[in-house]
Design a protein around this ligand. Sequence first.
Ligand code: AHM
Ligand code: MG
Length: 332
Amino acid sequence: MKSIKTLGQFIIEKQADFPYAKGELSRLLRDIGIAAKIVNREVNKAGLVDILGNVQGVNVSGESQKKLDVYADEQFITALKSGGECCFVASEEQDEGVQLVDDGVSKDANYVVCIDPLDGSSNIEVNVSVGTIFSIYRRKSNAGEDVSQDDLLQKGTKQVAAGYIIYGSSTMLVYTTGKGVNGFTLDPSIGEFCLSHPNMTIPKDGHIYSINEGNYLKFPQGIKDYIKYCQVEDAASNRPFTSRYIGSMVADIHRNLLMGGIFIYPQTAQQPFGKLRLMYECNPIAFIIEQAGGKASTGEQRIMEVTPHHLHQRVPAIIGSTKMVDKVLSFL
Ligand code: AHM
Ligand code: MG
């Protein structure tokens, strides 16, 4: 029988690679993995229990929150708080950063986390994959000092780790610490994430494009031109390409990571920065895709080089196989 390697074993093995190898980042990743298993359990029984539907209130972006969004938010924040390695969290579900202080303990923690606890949550009710996306930074202030928004508002290039969990036909955790990308599949029989996709790389080119074409009329001309390019017949470049859009960023990105492809969420006249959030959607995904050998751009610059001004900032996103991203950029 082939031996398995759990996420916990892998993290410990890789600990020496981390920039500050004191085990803090390892513990932080482990805490996220534990919360992911708890959220996975609830996502899996979403159709069974009375947990669907809106709870009162809307999140900071004016969208109605689903109960599982709130549940996932609580689980990740609780895990980060009790783990003690994170002092400040930015979450899609929280207007402001959440300071994790428990009898003063976490104030000394060296890391801050940006997280979308349950992305694509409008898909839960129809049994379509959803995800969690996270990004980890060293705090800017010194341990023991008060934390401020400045600790969270760092460029994506400063990420020390990032990952996503996809709650799909199987549940996977994919993460990077800047030394490649590794994927772990949850084995429900033993309750462990097991290394299933070592050293993931995205094909340099692909033939899948993922974009919400319902918004076509509102897209910038260059994006419209690219979509038409994808649809033209040309045997030499394997066109027409295949259009695949799940509407769950993690699921669309995960498929493209494995098969090659491009994901685009552009700006429109109504949404000059697009829809997706820089700090907890685009930056972590950009870090993973770049680490897998792909590219992530706003159309004007590398996503990870965008200067953040507020926690819920939006950016246009063009993410995927290098050749496909370059092709889109040539149309802009
Ligand atoms: P959410 O954070 O409110 O779930 O929104 C993010 C999601 C992404 O997962 C997905 O790529 C996008 O919204 C889909 O948006 P649209 O329905 O406009 O195509
Ligand atoms: Mg989201």
